[in-house]
Design a protein around this ligand. Structure first.
Ligand code: FAD
Ligand code: NAD
Length: 488
């Protein structure tokens, strides 16, 4: 048992300094941060620590994409003059690779690792019973402060007939033991594009149905179009611009999607990926005085305090961007605020997002397609990025949006490893760096970072070509010529 700072062991029923509900990324980071700061922390997890990212989200999806990428590379190897013969995919082994990746990472998020960090972990379902009390499977606990971090689950739209067909979600797709011959994905967002491409490359016939006019509707259309071309190249059929009106079951899990356009899309397996809804409905939040919005997201202020100022929230249940990096960063912020009484504030101006398809679509900051007064947009086609040419991956682009002073406010990069490239751009936006700052940094050649670097250089050259700048350069050059001649 841990002791308090006076060295006395707290009684079992002493209120916990911090009760953490949920053992996903937000819960784990929050609990470890608070314990490191000296708090007595109890974390409650109803299923398994690690949460969605580890078990059903980031890790398995990236592992599946890695296997799919190898299959696609092998299939197209002949364009490099390499013949690998017929490509066969052993789906059972692919899933073995996926599970191995999960189990490699799992110890970091384990109960043992939490306990090593002085966090007490209890398996069970927590429910608030009052402003400073909760029930864990029949046992009551008291807390001084709490962090709610119960995440989100796949949203199932109320489309007529959908409940009558067996459908997969990002939670159940990992239980497949056979590669589906065909798969229809409802939703062309991050999950739909990543899993749609992965299954297509592994050999399923895939269709993606997206209600908006194009896939990845929140991204720069130039980026989404590049990805759409790649998906079509992988054999994915895209149905965009029309939602599903009715799902008609045809027996044995099969059915037909009837789109608003009148088109019919038959399926034998359907994967629903139309967003994620917060897990807040059965948490006793009313009893705790914690308000949720119309969609069930916990209402937080910019300190991540809920409407009960002793209860904090972080991660997918808050309505902030639903990413592991946001969940972790916000949980650390919320628990520092809770335990130390400091006032670290949420800043959403530079939250990077990456769809890990091939090509990757990465973006951060202001949208790079919406024109706005006083802002310049610069783009660099990856046709002119030597690394992309060498690797035969030129269908990509780097776009920046900058203010009058050249400060980078937003970026979109499409191409291999765009997710790595966007790190530098995130730093640039966070630190108020300019295109001159980026252009002045020596980058290793040849890398995909040459995309945004060349965009930055072209912005600097454009600015130097303006009449005032040209006049200033002319004066300097003439003065220097005069000085050199005089000295000679
Ligand atoms: C297919 C897929 C791919 C993704 N890929 C990426 C990616 O590449 N990069 C990225 O940044 N993000 C990705 N995400 C998003 C990322 O997984 C989430 O943003 C992240 O897991 C959110 O963490 P969280 O802690 O808020 O919630 P979760 O990880 O969902 O954790 C919440 C935990 O709370 C527990 N819980 C719920 N209710 C209770 C209760 N009453 N009592 C006790 N415990 C409870 C749950 O069992 C769960 O373990 C992906 C998501 C999916 C679905
Ligand atoms: N690489 C990553 O970081 C990554 C990967 C996967 C998921 N995630 C996270 O998980 C969240 C959920 O992913 P998601 O793909 O389920 O949601 P999403 O919000 O990214 O995309 C859902 C898509 O479904 C469409 N849609 C909604 N209702 C529809 C309908 N009835 N018919 C047809 N289309 C419909 C939407 O227009 C949208 O394009 C993401 O927003 C992201 O935060 C992140």
């Amino acid at each position: 048992m841990s002791t308090d700072r006076t060295g006395t062991a707290p009684a079992e029923d002493d209120p916990w300094d911090l009760l953490v509900v949920g053992g996903g990324t937000a819960g784990i980071v929050g609990a470890k941060t608070a314990a490191r700061l000296g708090a007595r922390v109890l974390l409650v997890e109803q299923e398994r620590t690690g949460g969605d990212c580890l078990w059903t989200g980031c890790v398995p999806s990236k592992a599946l994409l890695a296997a799919a990428s190898v299959a696609a590379t092998a299939r197209t190897a002949q364009r490099f003059g390499v013949d690998v013969g017929e490509v066969r995919v052993d789906f059972a082994q692919v899933m073995e690779h996926v599970r191995a990746a999960i189990h490699h990472i799992a110890p970091v998020d384990s109960v043992e690792a939490l306990e090593k960090s002085s966090v007490v972990v209890r398996q069970g379902t927590a429910r608030f019973t009052g402003r400073n009390s909760a029930d864990i499977d029949g046992a009551s606990v008291a807390f001084r402060q709490a962090l709610v971090a119960t995440g989100a689950a796949p949203a199932i739209p109320g489309i007529a007939g959908l409940a009558d067909v067996e459908h997969l979600t990002s939670e159940t797709v990992w239980d497949l033991d056979e590669l589906p011959a065909d798969l229809v994905v409802l939703g062309g967002g991050s999950i739909g594009c990543e899993l749609g491409q992965a299954f297509a490359r592994l050999g399923s016939r895939v269709s993606v149905v997206e209600g908006a006019s194009g896939i990845l509707p929140r991204e720069d259309p130039a980026a989404a179009e590049a990805l759409a071309r790649a998906l079509v190249g992988d054999g994915v059929e895209l149905h965009t611009g029309s939602g599903v009106e009715v799902v008609e079951p045809t027996g044995g899990g099969s059915g037909i999607l009837h789109l608003g356009s009148g088109r019919k899309v038959p399926f034998t397996r359907l994967l629903v990926a139309v967003g994620r809804a917060p897990r807040t409905s059965d948490l006793g939040l009313d009893a705790a005085g914690v308000e949720v919005d119309g969609h069930g997201f916990v209402v937080v202020d910019d300190l991540l305090r809920t409407t009960n100022h002793h209860i904090w929230a972080a991660g997918d249940l808050t309505g902030h961007p639903q990413f592991t990096h946001t969940a972790g960063a916000h949980a650390s912020m919320a628990t520092s605020n809770a335990v130390l009484g400091v006032r670290r504030k949420v800043n959403l101006t530079a939250v990077p997002r990456v769809t890990f398809t091939d090509p990757e679509v990465a973006a951060v900051g202001l949208s790079t397609d919406t024109p706005a007064a006083g802002l310049r947009r610069v783009a660099w086609s990856h046709d002119h990025v030597d690394r992309a040419v060498a690797e035969g991956s030129v269908d990509g682009v780097s776009r920046l949006v900058v203010d009058r002073r050249g400060r980078v406010l937003g970026a979109t990069v499409v191409g291999p490893r765009a997710g790595e490239t966007v790190g530098e751009l995130t730093l640039a936006i966070t630190r108020g760096l300019t295109t001159r700052d980026l252009a002045g940094v020596t980058h290793p050649y040849p890398t995909y970072n040459d995309g945004p670097w060349n965009a930055a250089v072209s912005d600097v050259l454009d600015q130097l070509a303006r009449p005032t700048a040209r006049r200033a350069v002319g004066v300097l050059a003439r003065a220097r010529r005069w000085w050199v001649q005089r000295a000679a």
